[in-house]
Design a protein around this ligand. Structure first.
Ligand code: PAF
Length: 287
């Protein structure tokens, strides 16, 4: 699947230019064109439709050819504050709670939607990761998100990354040993997103506590001029934390997943009542 965003990241609620689309069309299996919030799906074997769409889009090509990068530069010059919400899409209410907060706390909200291949160390996980950009865009529009970055992997990694991010002793704990390359993959894309967006604040959910922690470390160590905002976990009524990957779970697995939260709550309640035995508290969690 090839996504064409011209400019490749585009402001919502604004016309986009489609200059250069025809060259890319020739090399694509499948093309998605966005225009003023409309969603068109065009297949390569239907060359006539592609040609017609490009022709009609050219006719309506807007005067304003500002790209998102130019827009961001302009916003910075106007001293507008920028909030960034990095996501891998398949958005749910958890993401939207972060987006709403970012929107409230900044003049402009930029949301990135990018399934970052280099943070997956399992090919199957990457391939089956849920993707539904059309719905994501509708959800983001519903909360008046200003800009969506939705680049393709070819664009993001046109140049092979040369930096490697390491997190010292943290590499040996948390998920470090089980997911080699994961921390580096997250740090690489988050660094790129900070650079592109020039965000004043970036929003991360505490659902992935490890990730927020690593990013805070990175920001501190490398002195990034961005404030990391931690946002609380949003749960289903059952107590299960909302996650795009919940879509993979069977009913039985959902119940199993829920037992982690139930166990933690049981330990918390016992601790509040004065229990201080580490073994007893641990057993309450893993029972
Ligand atoms: O939490 C996620 O969805 C991803 O790890 C992030 C931060 C967008 C980087 O790809």
């Amino acid at each position: 699947l090839w996504l064409i965003y011209l400019p490749w990241h585009f402001p919502l609620h604004k016309d986009i230019t489609i200059q250069g689309a025809s060259e890319k069309a020739e090399n694509s299996d499948k093309i998605l064109l966005y225009q003023v919030g409309d969603f068109f799906e065009v297949f390569n074997d239907d060359a006539k439709t592609v040609a017609e769409m490009l022709a009609s889009a050219e006719e309506t090509e807007p005067e304003d050819k500002e790209t998102a990068l130019e827009l961001i530069e302009k916003l910075k010059q106007e001293n507008k504050t920028i909030g960034l919400l990095p996501t891998m899409g398949a958005l749910h209410q958890g993401h939207l709670s972060l987006a709403k907060r970012a929107k409230e706390e900044n003049d402009v909200l930029i949301c990135s939607v990018f399934v970052n291949p280099i943070q997956f160390n399992n090919k199957e996980d990457l391939e089956k990761y849920p993707r539904d950009l059309e719905t994501d865009i509708k959800l983001l529009e519903s909360i008046n998100c200003d800009v969506v970055f939705a680049p393709s992997a070819e664009e993001v990694y046109a140049e092979e990354p040369t930096e490697k991010y390491t997190f010292g002793a943290l590499e040996e704990v948390l998920e470090g040993p089980q997911r080699p390359g994961h921390f580096n993959g997250v740090a690489t894309i988050v660094h790129k997103l900070f650079n592109w967006s020039k965000a004043d604040k970036a929003y991360f959910g505490e659902k992935d506590y490890q990730q927020v922690f690593l990013i805070e470390q990175m920001v501190k160590t490398l002195n990034f001029p961005v404030q990391i905002v931690r946002c609380p976990i949003i749960r289903e009524e059952s107590g299960l934390a909302l996650s795009s990957r919940n879509a993979y779970l069977s009913e039985e697995e959902r119940q199993n997943a829920l037992s982690i939260y139930k166990g933690l709550l049981a330990a918390k309640a016992a601790f509040a009542k004065g229990e201080r035995s580490e073994t007893k508290l641990r057993n309450l969690v893993i029972q």
